[in-house]
Design a protein. Structure first.
Ligand SMILES: Cc1cc2nc3c(=O)[nH]c(=O)nc-3n(C[C@H](O)[C@H](O)[C@H](O)COP(=O)(O)OP(=O)(O)OC[C@H]3O[C@@H](n4cnc5c(N)ncnc54)[C@H](O)[C@@H]3O)c2cc1C
Length: 457
């Protein structure tokens, strides 16, 4: 591979926006999870689609790997430079390109973060709902097909990206989708690139679906005696068709972490955190229906949060759950798992997982976007402790097998990256080979984020 040659050729094109400083390489070689550092050989900071295409053409001619970089918050080592190469950091491509309030859509560059996007949209009365908690970029979120607390109401990135601009591995620029809300024109290329983890091309613009800011929002939190009662409440709420905007489970260990980290003063029991969107009357009705179901399942201490500052305190605490959990055992890293099952199998999946973790020496608090049948546990592992890492991987392996046995998926939202390729065959069968054929057709030199998602990649 001509990595050094590619770096030399890129320098006059990008000038100071091609960095080989050790701190930049280290920053783009680390991750939020347990994977060891894998730095790139250089970091490119393009400012336009044309520059991205130029970078790709040079790297293609030299056989140099290219790894897209958004905010680096992905959890399966997705953005690490496994075989070296150029990390393409999109932080300078972070502009809003167009807002179309009448059509409720907008077009953005990939490096805009979810929080900045919603700040830009605030005055329009519209918002973009997909919320993975971390302040990720829209390019990274599309590439991992992210979702989060609001997916139960608004769907995932799959449902909310309506078009893309992509630079392919040979430097061609394509546009997928239109601004129309539906189309029957051929293969759905937008869906192909959403969730491709940067293995098929680099996204340089996204057209997104927007929603009207709800007239009324109410949030709330209540405690349950056990996880099963909380999960039963979730299942009944979803089955009754209450249009929850968020319904999140945190177990007693996570609550203990909140109390220590955020001074939450909550009873150390499993809790559900909920949010309702709609008209004043609609929100009141939804809250009442949820409250009745929760009470039937023995919930106590329901507290509502209607003021914006109370709600933002509640969701900030939830979004920081990972860091609160890490503080239960300072110095550890989390091996974060992510299974998603049909809602009818959720209680079983959580109970089996809890029993498995309880029988192990590791700590693994559970949190979940349970309205989607999705939950995570962060298995706390001391860096460098191979024995603990082995136990964590075995627990994670059994969770993946459990998800498949119960008719679910090994990842509801975090993606495959380097960590979950071992399950692709079991989940997709020959479909995984089809993904490989698509990859070979679009990127025969295997330059786009090699070592991720695919067989032998
Ligand atoms: C505390 C915490 C909580 C989280 N909670 C959730 C959650 O609730 N739901 C959820 O879905 N995820 C969650 N995540 C994971 C993470 O936030 C998501 O995976 C997010 O979508 C990653 O976006 P990013 O901008 O950080 O992308 P990165 O990590 O930088 O990149 C992710 C992948 O996308 C590729 N990529 C980035 N930009 C481009 C581009 N322009 N073109 C092509 N490929 C590109 C990268 O090569 C990589 O493969 C959480 C992470 C943390 C740390």
């Amino acid at each position: 591979m001509g990595i050094a040659e590619a770096v030399a050729e890129l320098r006059p094109v990008l000038g100071e926006r091609l960095s080989t400083s050790l701190s930049d390489l280290a920053l783009h070689g680390q991750n939020e999870s347990w994977y060891p550092p894998m730095p790139p050989d250089a970091v490119a900071y393009p400012e336009s689609t044309e520059e991205v295409a130029a970078i790709v053409r040079i790297c293609a001619a030299q056989g140099c790997p290219l790894i897209g970089w958004g905010a680096g918050t992905s959890l399966e080592g997705h953005a690490l430079a496994r075989y070296g190469g150029i990390s393409v950091d999109f932080s300078r491509m972070n502009r809003m390109l167009a807002i179309n309030p009448e059509d409720m859509d907008c077009t953005v560059q990939p490096g805009i973060t979810r929080e900045d996007l919603n700040t830009e949209l605030r005055a329009t009365g519209l918002f973009f709902p997909v919320d993975p908690g971390a302040n990720a970029t829209l390019g990274g979120m599309a590439s991992t097909r992210a979702s989060g607390t609001t997916a139960v109401r608004y769907g995932t990135m799959r449902d909310n990206v309506i078009g893309l601009e992509v630079v392919l591995a040979d430097g061609r620029v394509i546009h997928t989708g239109t601004r129309a809300r539906k189309s029957a024109a051929g293969y759905d290329l937008t869906a192909l690139f959403v969730g491709a983890e940067g293995t098929l091309g680099l996204i340089t613009a996204l057209t997104l679906r927007l929603y009207g800011q709800p007239e009324a929002i109410a949030a709330g939190i209540c405690a349950f005696e056990d996880v099963a009662s909380a999960v039963d409440t979730v299942i009944q709420t979803i089955q009754m068709g209450v249009p929850m905007a968020r319904i999140e489970l945190v177990d007693a260990d996570t609550v203990r972490a909140f109390n220590g980290h955020a001074g939450a003063e909550m009873p150390e029991k499993p809790h559900l955190l909920v949010e309702f969107h709609g008209t004043e009357a609609g929100v009141a009705e939804q809250a009442e229906m949820f409250g009745a179901l929760a009470a039937e399942n023995g919930a106590s201490g329901y507290r509502s949060a209607t003021k914006p500052e109370e709600r933002s305190r509640l969701w900030k605490m939830r979004h920081n759950a990972y860091y609160a959990i890490l503080s239960l055992r300072p110095g550890t890293k989390g091996l974060t798992t992510d299974l998603c099952v049909p809602i009818s199998r959720l209680a079983e999946a959580i109970e089996e997982t809890r029993a498995d973790i309880a029988a192990s020496p590791l700590m693994g608090p559970i949190v979940g976007h349970v309205g989607d049948g999705n939950f995570h546990c962060a298995l706390l592992v001391e860096p460098g402790n191979e024995a603990e890492l082995k136990i964590a991987k075995e627990l994670s392996h059994r969770m993946a097998e459990r998800a498949l046995r119960l008719g679910g998926t090994v990842t509801g939202e975090h993606g495959i990256g380097m960590g979950k390729t071992a399950y692709m065959e079991a989940e997709h069968g020959a479909g995984w080979d089809v993904m490989g054929a698509v990859k070979r057709a679009l990127d025969p030199g295997n330059l786009m984020n090699p070592g991720k998602l695919l067989r032998g990649n």
